[in-house]
Write a protein that binds this ligand. Structure first.
Ligand SMILES: [Cu+2]
Length: 540
């Protein structure tokens, strides 16, 4: 079938091009229609210089509902529709548009949900199931990198299989797909409620290119505890900073050619890193903040970049959630390591500084190619700047206890997964991803321990769909504190001295409700595309 052909084709390119050595692969002949117009960065060519802190950081528009969808959704196609009938409909127009990464660069063709990069912010709520229609209005004959056949995954929304955005369920321009987001609590446990989600393209073989081109967006999911209202009078409400003081910060690195055109390599299988750093779609923005507390929700959109996130003044902040899950209590930190797809929610208090203070958000992890971090930087990279310019009331709080962490259950099934490299491509247990091969059959109701291990010089953030997991203690106390919560992505480091993370992890997962096909994959999306992914099916 076509996709397997595509992958074999890539493999040949990868081996011929010396992708193992990490050199950018220069395509010299037109191998196929879409490869012909792939733009390849020349080795070591820097993006045009831009002046940092020129443009204010944009905030995504909040997505609003529509009263109905035409034609009406086929609700019988949704596994959980009868238990979770829908009150809210959303209609998303996925299209090509011109995007400004920086005022001194030309406008670039991008792909975006509703023509925005990142896409609109969904503010979802438990008890308000949603149907979201993603209309594919991308150009059928697209130029440049990416593939206009798409499928959208809401990461990590505990979605039924048919709505999860299975990587093979992509569809062409002119078509649409409806997703039922039941906001179903796994096992009915309110302590399993999710918070900071994001949505992104998951088209097999092209997830890296399509997300890099702009098919990403954020979603906040609220309940009565994390209610999104800092003045909430409900005694169960945490009253964390909300509204204008609850911000998504979507990190993504980009590369531009000498003319300022956005470039990407679809043939370097190691991954792709850029030398320009965007937050919410613009390069090194500034953002004016008030002297009060803010909840900052960090997203790492990849495709391959790891960050060591800290502030130029060394200030401490409170980590309150990992991968969208509130911790049991806040943890004070001055830095965290952020791998692709992970989320870190922190609360920073700008009231401790006078008006006029400027604080730069920094990344201190060195990474020169897609294989992973190579150490820390003596001179950190500037990501954005916070400018404290006013006073503001602050009724918010960061309570000493947030959300109870359920005990880690005892597994009855163990599986081992080894993440490795073969001929320049990426394997799990020695095999490349195959849409139609089921790599694990899991009986619903089972608690499983998955032992994940990397090999060699490479780092991998491993993401498991549908059910979240708990990481069994590894590393030092600081790592255990950050990994103690519920997670959907775990960092596998490169096994070298001074590695950013251990090269293996054991995680415990309960498969409680959803049935059907799901994926586990490396969320370095270039590794995922070539082809570090497995399919698992949950059966009754
Ligand atoms: Cu990987």
């Amino acid at each position: 079938m076509k996709d397997n052909f595509t992958r074999r084709h890539f493999l040949k390119l990868g081996m011929a091009g010396g992708a193992i050595a990490g050199a950018p692969y220069i395509l010299t002949s037109k191998k196929s229609a879409w490869l012909a117009d792939v733009l390849i960065p020349a080795a070591n060519a820097a993006s045009p210089p831009v002046t940092p802190f020129t443009v204010e950081m944009p905030l995504p528009l909040v997505k609003t509902t529509v009263s109905s969808l035409t034609p009406a959704p086929v609700t019988s196609s949704f596994q959980y529709y009868s238990q979770y009938p829908v009150k809210e409909y959303y209609d998303v127009d996925v299209k090509e548009f011109l995007h400004s990464f920086h005022p001194s660069l030309p406008l670039n063709k991008a792909w975006g949900y509703d023509g925005m990069l990142p896409g609109p912010l969904f503010k979802a709520r438990y008890g308000s199931p949603m149907i979201v229609r993603f209309r594919n209005n991308l150009p059928a004959t697209s130029t440049g990198f990416g593939d206009p056949k798409i499928v959208t995954h809401m990461h990590n929304a505990h979605s039924a299989s048919e709505s999860d955005g299975f990587t093979g369920d992509f569809y062409a321009p002119g078509m649409y797909k409806d997703h039922h987001y039941a906001h179903m609590l796994a096992g009915g446990d309110p302590n399993e409620a999710l918070g900071s989600l994001w949505y992104h393209d998951h088209r097999v073989d092209f997830t890296a290119a399509n997300t890099y081109k702009g098919l990403v967006g954020t979603c906040f999911l609220f309940d009565e505890v994390d209610s999104g209202d800092e003045t909430d009078t409900n005694t169960r409400a945490l009253r964390l900073p909300s509204g204008d003081y609850d911000l998504p910060l979507f990190l993504a690195d980009k590369q531009f050619d000498a003319n300022g055109a956005l470039i990407f390599s679809q043939t370097n299988l190691n991954g792709f890193v850029g030398d320009r750093f965007t937050v919410n779609g613009v390069i090194q923005p500034f953002f004016k903040v008030a002297r009060r507390k803010y909840r900052l929700r960090f997203y790492n959109g990849g495709p391959s970049r790891w960050y060591g996130v800290k502030f130029s003044n060394g200030m401490s902040f409170k980590l309150i959630a990992t991968d969208g899950n509130l911790l049991d209590k806040p943890t004070s930190l001055t830095r965290f390591v952020h791998a692709p797809s992970e989320r870190f929610d922190i609360v920073v208090d700008f009231s401790q500084f006078p008006i006029g203070t400027q604080i730069v958000l920094q990344n201190d992890i060195a990474q020169s190619d897609g294989r992973g971090p190579s150490g820390t930087l003596a001179t950190p990279i500037q990501l954005m700047r916070f400018d404290i310019d006013r006073d503001a009331a602050d009724p918010s709080q960061v309570p000493a206890t947030l959300r109870t962490l359920p005990p880690i259950p005892t597994p009855t099934v163990t599986r081992n997964w080894q993440f490795s490299n073969m001929g320049g491509a990426w394997t799990v247990n020695g095999r490349l991803f195959d849409l139609n091969r089921v790599d694990a059959v899991i009986k619903r109701g089972t608690v499983e321990q998955w032992n994940l291990s990397g090999m060699g010089m490479w780092s991998h953030p491993i993401h498991i769909h549908m059910e979240e997991f708990r990481v069994l203690a590894r590393g030092d106390a600081a790592r255990q504190a950050i990994e103690r919560g519920r997670k959907d992505t775990v960092q596998l480091g490169n096994g070298m001295m001074g590695a950013i993370a251990p090269s293996s992890a054991s995680v415990v997962i309960r498969f409680r409700d959803m049935l059907g096909k799901y994926m586990m994959h490396c969320h370095n999306t270039v590794h995922e595309d070539h082809a570090m992914m497995v399919r698992f099916d949950v059966i009754p």
